[in-house]
Design a protein around this ligand. Structure first.
Ligand code: ZN
Ligand code: ZN
Ligand code: ZN
Length: 370
């Protein structure tokens, strides 16, 4: 989908080339997926063995090669003069055609989702070229969102929030996790999501496994239930987690919930330009560790979100890059007590000039459901 003006796409391409040059590269090779959507808005209806590739290189015009049958869809909107199109037809060698766009001694960052089929063939066509992973070399490429992207993420967050408010009214006790997950998926679509990426329903002991999605377990009275759900609305992602409890929680369940909420709040309050990703992780971790549950917080504090629901920046020990206004990521500390229950609270947060802004705004109280 096309979300930008010509000027917006051109600006993104120029900025990317500058970043690539700074990293000692000739340029970027972009294949279908979120990277290509980011730079051109072009998203082939089916990603197949036929190569489509956008080459962004210093000192050359942006050029995209497409299968001739897809050329009508790939044609830039009127006025995108800065992008020249080339095509290839079935029965010809697409890699010879692609090679003409490239520097035979070039060193390129290539989309992580590029098919090995294409990378291997390009290496053979141009033995002097070298390829490195786009997200490893240029991890911050799509990490700083512009105002339009932030508002799309905010709208996706508001839709996920509305789905959560609605799910509080459904019956939990006596129903299978997957039935509640189906309700969540339906609600996300009702609130404008075109794609549902995940609906985690972790009840009772299943909530202690952060990777549990949902299953046939029947939710019982007394269960803590982790709901973690999201997808894509108008091109941008949502991702939020709230724990709910069926009936009255125990004192321990309330205490663990309060600790996770305090950790999430502390990490949110730490968000400001200049603080490092790892420091936000440390703030959340310290709260949980000081409360005695440090061994039970077994994942990073957060991940970036944008055209995909998991992307840089990662809020994790060792990630020393600073936060920059426009970055958008989750803050989602959790405590997981094996065989018993788990609690996680997750909001998407964007960095502003003077702090952070939450893009999920449902109450972080422990909600009681029936
Ligand atoms: Zn309980
Ligand atoms: Zn999540
Ligand atoms: Zn998440």
């Amino acid at each position: 989908m096309r979300t930008q003006t010509t000027e917006g796409y051109t600006h993104r391409m120029e900025r990317a080339v500058a970043q690539a040059v700074d990293a000692g590269l000739t340029g970027l090779l972009v294949t279908p997926g979120p990277d290509l959507v980011y730079f051109t808005g072009h998203h082939p209806t089916a990603i197949t063995e036929r190569i489509t590739l956008l080459a962004l290189q210093a000192g050359r015009e942006p050029a995209m090669i497409v299968p001739i049958l897809e050329r009508p869809d790939a044609e830039p909107a009127p006025g995108v003069a800065a992008l020249s199109l080339a095509d290839w037809a079935d029965g010809t060698d697409p890699y010879t055609a692609t090679a003409k766009l490239l520097d035979p001694a070039g060193r390129y960052a290539i989309s992580d989702s590029a098919w090995a089929l294409h990378v291997l063939a390009l290496q053979e066509a141009l033995p002097g070229t070298r390829y490195v992973s786009m997200t490893s070399t240029l991890p911050m490429l799509r990490a700083v969102k512009d105002a339009d992207e932030v508002e799309r993420l905010a709208a996706a967050g508001a839709a996920a929030d509305a789905a959560f408010e609605d799910i509080l009214g459904v019956r939990f006790a006596g129903r299978r996790e997957r039935d509640i997950g189906a309700d969540l998926a339906r609600l996300l679509r009702e609130h404008g999501h075109s794609q549902v990426d995940f609906t985690v329903v972790g009840s009772g002991p299943n909530g202690a496994n952060p990777h549990h999605e949902m299953g046939d377990r029947v939710v019982e009275d007394g269960d803590m239930v982790i709901l973690d759900f999201g997808g894509i609305k108008d091109g941008y992602g949502s991702d939020t987690t709230r724990p709910v409890h069926v009936g009255e929680p125990t004192e321990e369940e309330r205490r663990v919930h309060e600790i996770v909420r305090a950790a999430q709040q502390a990490a949110f309050e730490a968000v400001r330009p200049g603080i490092t990703c790892q420091d936000v992780d440390r703030v959340a971790r310290r709260v949980i560790t000081e409360a005695g549950y440090g061994d039970y917080f077994i994942h990073r504090t957060g991940h970036g979100i944008g055209l995909t629901t998991h992307e840089p920046p990662y809020l994790v020990e060792g990630e020393t890059r600073p936060l920059v206004p426009g970055m958008c990521f989750s803050i989602e500390p959790g405590v997981y007590l094996p065989g018993r229950f788990g609690v996680r609270i997750e909001d998407i947060v964007t960095v502003t000039e003077d702090g952070g802004r939450r893009l999920n705004n449902t109450s972080r109280d422990l909600h009681i459901v029936s």
